[in-house]
Structures are given as structure tokens and as C-alpha cells.
Design a protein around this ligand. Structure first.
Ligand code: MG
Length: 405
């Protein structure tokens, strides 16, 4: 029997922070979430460097734990070279799919969850002051959730020359859903709401729902969710017991093989890194482009159908949101962006790509002179996605698309 993994991922700045210090990597079979800390933008340096180092080391064939230790060394060294970044650190929670298991490395208070048979289980320990106190029996889970010192970490990556990193494995079954998230999600959002979002069959829709839930709860921190769903492959011809990545080239949940979220404020290293990430994405998309026009037409139809399904989910989420928060809904819409096409030209839209009856839930935020028709097929795919992004992220993508010549 063959297992197939599909993923979705999203990071959001939240409603109260000026930068996004979370980072994630989706590079099947590797999935990573990091939540950085440190003043003067050092947090985003730490999380981005840790995520990229881990991914690079795993790609180079290094065992997962060694790769995580290399990430620790990279952040620690960078911090020791730069006074402004002294003391910076990051959480790191990651897993590597291997055959029928997920092998994890974990340090800090980002979390890994497993949804199986309708039950949600946290499979990582929180390396925080209150997390240790809960394990010692000195605090209940409920007391920990509202404790004033709940954000103090007992362990982090990059703050010491050697880090004590947890390593464990989870044996996978068809139907399992794995979630990696930063505390900006697990803090404000209750377990039953996490569970409900994760029951969606489309992992990207699940990730988007999770972000919306955290924002609905006030979005006090940066929010990141990576969702991986493992299913039995349909009509597998061979009897081999292997876990393979989804080979469906048009699966829009699998079109961003490597994404590192960075903030536009860090103009040097992180922007270059984001460009690299996008270049990897573009190369992968290009490689997947089917040559046969008939195949492309079928692929387009599938993509459109998936998008409309996702839109229905977005509409449902926003109807629920609007009903609950009333006028505040307009504020939520104003903090979400996507890239679309206005009269043949590219534009950044504020809101979501959906309508309630005749009322669009979006408006043109900034118009480009660049036409959709002038884009490469790869770039068009990025536009067709209409992926929801925060302001910083949508401007990154618009720059990569050359929207402001
Ligand atoms: Mg956080």
C-alpha cells in the first residue's frame, strides 16, 4: 500500500505585530515551522536562517537531527558576530516523511499535532516555563494557557552553542493529518477549533481556516500553519509499502515546494532569500508544466474547479466571521490581499477573491501597468492561485512578478 502526502501552508503577520518573525519551509518530504525571537528584527533573521539551514542540510543528505544541530550552530554563530542580533533564537519544529513514518525534530514552543480518527493530539512537548510546570504537575493545562509568563521558553535554537533538541517518530496511517504551527495559532485558538479546521480535505483550505480562526481570536502574534494530509493512494499498481509525495503536478496545494516567509523590512539578506525561494518555486513549476495543450486544458479546468471549491470555503468562513464580528469583518478583509487581474492588467486586491451575491469581498488596492498576457506560464500560475497573503507577502510576490517596472 502506498501513502500519498498533500500539504497546505500559510503564514500571517497577525493583527498586532509590525513584522512577521515566523518562517516555514514546505519542501516535501520536509516540513518546518520556526518562530523567531530577538530585538531589532533579529527574530526573523533567526527563524529564516534556521529554516533555510535545516532545509539545505537535509537536501544535502544529512540526518535530520544533525541538520537541526547545524541550524543551531548557524544561528548561534550569526548572533555572536553581530551585536544587534546577540541573544536571538528561534523555535524549530519539523518533520521528514520517510516510508510510513514522520521523523520529527523539535525545540521551543511551536507545536506539532496529529489528527487521527477524529481525535487531535499534541505530539510535541512545549519547551516553555509553563510547559515544564505542566509536565511536573505544578500547573494545569488551563492555568498554563493564561499564565503571564507563558511565552518564556526553557529551550530555544541558536541561543547556546549546543541545543538540546527532541527527536521522535510518529508511525502514519491513511487519513492522518499533521499540523505544525507557531504559538500565534495554538495560543489563541482552542483545540476543538483546530480539530474542526483540520477535518477539511484540502490542506490549503485547512491552513487558511486556521489563520482566520487565530485572527478571529484577536491575532495577538504572528500565525503560521503547515498542514500535511496523508492518504492511501488510489489504485496503487504495486504492493510496495512506501510513502511518496503527491505526483499530481497540478495539485495547487503542492505548487510551492519551498517558501520562506520573511518581512519586507529586512531589505538585504531576507529579500534575497525570498527571491531564491521564489526562483526554486518557479523552476519547479516550470518543470511541471505539461507540454501537451490538451493536458494543459484539463489541468486548467481542474485548477479552476479546485479554486471554486476553495472560494466556497472562503465564503463560508467569511459569512461566519461577518455574522460573529459584524463591522469588524471589514477590518479582517482589509488585512488580507491577493494578486488578481483587473481589465487585463495585474493588480493587488484587498480582501478575498469571493462575492456574496452581487457584493464583491475585495477591491483593487494597487493597479499595475503589466498585463496578465505578458506573463510567462509559470508566473500566470502564481496569479491564478489568488492565494491569500498578508501585506508584506503580497508585495514580495508582486515584486517577483515585476509588477512595478
Ligand atoms: Mg510566536
Amino acid at each position: 500500500m502506498t501513502l500519498v502526502a498533500r500539504h497546505g501552508a500559510l503564514s500571517d503577520i497577525g493583527l498586532h505585530r509590525s513584522t512577521n518573525e515566523d518562517a516555514f519551509v514546505v519542501q516535501p518530504p520536509l516540513y518546518v515551522v520556526c518562530d523567531g525571537m530577538g530585538g531589532a528584527n533579529a527574530g526573523e533573521v533567526a527563524s529564516g536562517l534556521a529554516a533555510q539551514t535545516l532545509a539545505a542540510e537535509v537536501t544535502a543528505g544529512r540526518p535530520l537531527l544533525e541538520a537541526a544541530e547545524a541550524a543551531n550552530a548557524a544561528v548561534f554563530q550569526r548572533a555572536s558576530e553581530n551585536a544587534e542580533q546577540m541573544g536571538m533564537g528561534t523555535t524549530l519544529t519539523a518533520f521528514l516523511l520517510d516510508d510510513r513514518t514522520a521523523r520529527f525534530v523539535h525545540i521551543g514552543d511551536s507545536r506539532a499535532y496529529l489528527l487521527r480518527d477524529g481525535a487531535l493530539e499534541q505530539v510535541s512537548d512545549d519547551h516553555s516555563l509553563v510547559g515544564e510546570m505542566v509536565r511536573d504537575g505544578r500547573l494545569t493545562v488551563e492555568e498554563a494557557a493564561v499564565h503571564p509568563h507563558r511565552s518564556i521558553l526553557s529551550r530555544a535554537l541558536g541561543t547556546e552553542a549546543r541545543a538540546k533538541i527532541d527527536e521522535f517518530t510518529v508511525d502514519l496511517l491513511p487519513g492522518d493529518v499533521l499540523l505544525l504551527c507557531s504559538d500565534g495559532l495554538s495560543g489563541p485558538v482552542a483545540d476543538d477549533a483546530l480539530l474542526l479546521a483540520l477535518t477539511r480535505s484540502d490542506p490549503q483550505a485547512a491552513a487558511e481556516r486556521l489563520i482566520l480562526e487565530a485572527r478571529r481570536q484577536g491575532g495577538p502574534d504572528n500565525i503560521t500553519a503547515v498542514v500535511v494530509r496523508v492518504d492511501e493512494a488510489v489504485a496503487a499498481a504495486d504492493e510496495e509499502v512506501t510513502l511518496v509525495q503527491d505526483a499530481d503536478a497540478d495539485d495547487d496545494t503542492a505548487e510551492l515546494p519551498f517558501v520562506v516567509v520573511v518581512d519586507e523590512a529586512d531589505a538585504s539578506a531576507s529579500v534575497a532569500d525570498a527571491a531564491d525561494a521564489l526562483a526554486v518555486t518557479a523552476a519547479a513549476l516550470h518543470a511541471e508544466q505539461p507540454g501537451d495543450p490538451a493536458v494543459a486544458a484539463v489541468a486548467d479546468a481542474t485548477r479552476r474547479r479546485r479554486r471554486s471549491v476553495r472560494r466556497l470555503g472562503v465564503i463560508a468562513a467569511f459569512l461566519a466571521l461577518l455574522a460573529v464580528v459584524g463591522a469588524t469583518g471589514a477590518f479582517f478583509l482589509s488585512t488580507l490581499f491577493f494578486i488578481g487581474v483587473d481589465d487585463g492588467r495585474l493588480a493587488i486586491y484587498s480582501g478575498v477573491p469571493a462575492e456574496i451575491g452581487p457584493i464583491p469581498l475585495h477591491a483593487v488596492y494597487r493597479r499595475s501597468v503589466v498585463t496578465y498576457d505578458s506573463l510567462s506560464p509559470t508566473a500566470r500560475t502564481l496569479v491564478d492561485e489568488q492565494e491569500l497573503r498578508d501585506r508584506s507577502s503580497v508585495f514580495h510576490v508582486s515584486d517577483q512578478l515585476g509588477m512595478w517596472p
